[in-house]
Design a protein around this ligand. Structure first.
Ligand code: 5GP
Ligand code: ZN
Length: 113
């Protein structure tokens, strides 16, 4: 498996892991664009949102709950933050393993696209 996020899940390449359970793992983005920039991903290899089955969709709620907890831990719960999922080429997705960005710690752009 040459997926970089699967390799992080397997412990084959290092990452600054902040949380994990049976289904989900969260770690710091290697190239942060904000003071807090975390990635919350399913351990299972799901290539993108477009590949998420209905049966798997509760994962997204779990990922959002974990992101909210991590935002508290990072001290940005009150100041505010953004959760973002890119999907596919035109959605700006670069790593083909579903991931939720948690961004905060500075005033983010109001532009979404
Ligand atoms: P995307 O553009 O696909 O939504 O986001 C992919 C994110 O993964 C980028 O923000 C990028 O910096 C991050 N990333 C890519 N490779 C690695 C890696 O090996 N380790 C970590 N921690 N983050 C990575
Ligand atoms: Zn993967």
């Amino acid at each position: 498996m040459d997926c970089i996020f699967c390799q992080i899940v397997a412990g084959e390449i290092p990452a600054d892991i902040l949380y994990q359970d049976e289904e989900v793992i969260a770690f710091r983005d290697i190239n942060p664009v904000a003071p807090t920039h975390l990635l919350i991903i399913p351990k299972k290899h799901i290539p993108s949102l477009a590949h998420l089955s209905e049966a798997e969709s509760s994962l997204i709620g779990d990922m959002v709950n974990i992101a909210n907890q991590l935002a508290k831990r990072e001290g940005i719960s009150e100041s505010g933050y953004r959760l973002a999922i890119s999907c596919g080429e035109q959605g700006g997705q670069e790593v083909p393993h579903l991931h939720l960005h948690l961004l905060g710690g500075r005033k983010l752009s109001n532009e979404l696209g």
